[in-house]
Ligand binder design. Structure first.
Ligand code: HEM
Length: 422
């Protein structure tokens, strides 16, 4: 039984993967009148009472770009412009590679995410495991040819859930002394980094175990082996042999298989709306971001290189044109259509139950539900900031609201609402 349509799923991905809304999913001008590229706005009005459509607010040269709060120096964030050089390009793989961020730095951050580790290993982003909005977005545009809006949304959701948007820093692993806690310790005394379980990192991952029952940080050979069994069943034929090219059927098999495993083994299984959309989106990445730009195929050795080694594969080319979120949204829609799972979690009796619907208007579509749920994983104190801190939070939350706002009826901003201490 399903409660969300494919169209709603596509809309959800437009929230998580914001550029999705610029192409097939939404018309060039949405019902709300926002231009499809408004995520590149420098600033956005986030007060829904003043306007249902986020509106860019140009900065003035007189505005300060740094500010001190609670002993920290905050820096004004700027979403970079879309790269102008966006063609097919071989991404060097024979450069001095630091195989693990653990070896790369005196400060240990446990790496958790394959694509960001790959960027760091190859020097496209900082090798010390700590990055900024601008660095992440530029790295994703240069090495993966992601559209700036797609990249900006991915960076924003991570900065808001696990980074420090005041100083414009996020650890792509565990805690780092380079990322101070949020001013006033409004999210506790330590900035945990994106590897921490429960906000973006979560259950039913592609190659990591659920935190309650295993290692949610490191690549797990056994789980990847399970993925490859699905490839053996459903994959397309390619230059490396039969059933060696990833496709949608394989992604469906993987998600079905991984959810079944979590359902059987994890007494604390949580697969809420935000988490479900992230899990399906990462499965989509294998098909949309990892393919070799010369063949458009995502093969066994390519995926193995990114996931197991966290390096660019030999002779790998980035896509021939910028990858829009809509490409990933299409894959996720197919997953949602094929996989009969509702967002939910196990109760005290170990039974998986669907989550209750959020309040109106966030119950009007899956995109709005996930948007609301994602905001519920961002520290509530972020909604009450001032100065440059507030400007940065407004930029990031504005990126997410602008995307969610394109779903019909999703007209209300969901401010960060994770209770203090959660
Ligand atoms: C080129 C863009 C990106 C690609 C291709 C990509 C790819 C992936 C993939 C394939 C996974 C699944 C790992 C697994 O389940 O084993 C993943 C997970 C994750 N990524 Fe990314 N990613 C991208 C951008 C980012 C950015 C910018 C951040 C944060 C700065 C990020 C943070 C995360 C996190 C926190 C997870 C863990 C989610 C989970 O528990 O499954 N990603 N990513």
């Amino acid at each position: 039984m399903r409660s969300f349509s494919s169209a709603q799923t596509l809309a959800l991905l437009c929230f998580l993967l914001p550029a999705a809304r610029s192409a097939a999913v939404f018309p060039a001008t949405s019902a709300f009148g926002a231009p499809p590229d408004c995520l590149s706005c420098r600033r956005q009005v986030t007060d829904p009472a003043s306007s249902a459509t986020p509106t860019p607010t140009p900065s003035t040269s007189a505005s300060p770009t740094t500010e001190v709060q609670d002993g920290q120096t905050g820096t004004l964030m700027v979403l970079p412009p879309q790269a102008t050089e966006t063609g097919l390009k071989q991404i060097p793989w024979q450069m001095p590679i630091i195989r693990s961020l653990r070896q790369a730095q005196e400060i240990n951050v446990d790496p958790v995410v394959p694509a960001m580790n790959t960027l760091a290993n190859h020097g496209y982003i900082s090798r010390n495991g700590v990055s900024t909005l601008e660095e992440l977005v530029n790295g994703m545009m240069e090495a993966f040819n992601l559209d700036v809006n797609f990249a900006g949304g991915l960076a924003a959701v991570n900065l808001l859930t696990r980074g420090n948007p005041f100083v414009n820093k996020v650890s792509i692993g565990g805690p780092s002394p380079l990322v101070p806690p949020l001013p006033g310790n409004i999210d506790g005394p330590v900035a945990l980094g994106i590897a921490a379980h429960g906000r973006l990192e979560g259950d039913v991952s592609l190659t990591r175990a659920d935190a309650a029952i295993g290692d949610s940080v490191d690549f797990q050979e056994l789980i990847f082996d399970g993925d490859l069994l699905q490839l053996g069943k459903f994959g397309d034929n390619g230059p490396d042999g039969n059933n060696t090219v990833f496709n949608v059927a394989t992604a469906i098999g993987i998600m079905n298989n991984n959810f079944a495993r979590s359902l059987a083994l994890n007494p604390q299984l949580t697969f809420n709306a935000a988490r479900m959309s992230v899990a399906y989106a990462t499965a989509g990445f294998w098909l949309t971001v990892f393919p070799n730009g010369t063949t458009n195929q995502s093969t066994l050795p390519i995926v193995g290189s990114f996931m197991r080694n966290q390096t660019f594969p030999p002779n790998w080319y980035r896509a021939a044109s910028p990858i829009l979120g809509s490409a990933n949204a299409k894959v996720v829609a197919e997953l949602q259509t094929a996989i009969p799972i509702l967002p939910g979690r196990k109760n005290a009796q170990g039974v998986y139950v669907a989550d209750p619907a959020p309040p109106f208007p966030f119950n009007t579509s899956f995109v709005c539900t996930a948007y609301y749920d994602q905001a519920a994983h961002m520290p509530v104190g972020l909604a009450n900031t001032t100065g440059i801190y507030k400007q940065n939070v407004d930029l990031l939350t504005g990126l997410l609201f602008a995307a969610a706002n394109r779903a019909p009826g999703c007209t209300q901003l969901a401010p960060p609402s994770l209770p203090s201490g959660a």
